[in-house]
Design a binder for this molecule. Sequence first.
Ligand code: ATP
Length: 383
Amino acid sequence: MTTTKASPAPPAAERPGSQLGELHLRGISRAYGAHTALKPLDLTIRGGEFIALLGPSGCGKTTALNCLAGLLPLTAGEIVLDGKRVDTLPPEKRGFGMVFQNYALFPHLTVRANVAFGLKMRGVGKEETRRRVDQVLSLVRLTEHAHKHPGQLSGGQQQRVAIARAIVMEPPLVLMDEPLSNLDAALRLQMRSEIRRIHQEFGLTTLYVTHDQEEALSLADRLVVLHDGTVSQIGTPAELYEHPADPYVAGFMGYRNLLPLEVASADTGGVVAAGRGLTVRGTPVGEQPPRAGQNVIVAIRPEDLRPAEEGEQTVAEAVAEIVEYHGRVLHVEAVTRHGDRLHLKSHRQVHPGDTLPVAVDPERALVFPEADLPDLPDEEATP
Ligand code: ATP
């Protein structure tokens, strides 16, 4: 779900965290021996932006983050922070804030001492340290827990200490690696809003790594979708959601029906793709319109595939196998005669075993040139 972001951040001068003008990643890549985990990545991050790096396990997200932090040397490329090359500097000289999924707090120190630790190491004076620690503790809403030790806090509170500890240093960039993955579902939602609020109120520039597309869509100003170490698409949540560049991004953006079909006909009115008893009229994506006989992937969201009206052109008939009640709408998994599994939503009653003619509006069925298909999670991933 692309949630509306709260009111715009205050002007840069009033925000302690906003020190970044622009950070350029120029062709950065990283190989482990013969395996290239991150292929040349180009990205410009502007001060105040929230960028999500999104992709499944093993796509190279952590490698990219660690290269930025300076924990891993680059194999090629350069990182330029406001005109100054920083990829040759060690992590502490880059000064980026890091927030990990396992918090990494000092258990024997109080919340206040954990947050003050980095300032003390940097030799910041007592008064200044107190002022800055008070400011960030209040921002992360932990003032009344300042005297406690991490073991006395909930997971969400510990994660907020970790965020406070990173941002008290006023870093030009905060790097977050799946910071919510150790929290339960309810707390994850709550902390998601907290992270966005803190980002905005403190005027941070944030790079956030996640495999959760809903988290990425709701938090970020822009998303970078990684696939096998390569960027598939960079864009705003709305751009990616409405106009996925390929079936891989479409799969991530909730197009659960990815049907490998063949073009039966193509004209100015659209494309008709068919195969295994399915026939779909859809809208081509890409610069080259598909030709008859070409292999394509047709992508349809479950909410756009529905039981057909009387007399309507159908995609196929399918037998409902799993019917889940979700309030006003039913989520239905149905299987065609040839064994294709379709995910659809229905506002009318459907029972397991019912045979359904299913339909889609042509502008809601995207037709992509053939490509590798993503492994989609079993769970319903539609935002
Ligand atoms: P996850 O979400 O599971 O953490 P990821 O997207 O962060 O995955 P990376 O950890 O960046 O992925 O790994 C990218 C690829 O590089 C994977 O194929 C991984 O097996 C490989 N890789 C990562 N670290 C090393 C290493 N130290 N040596 C060799 N290969 C590695």
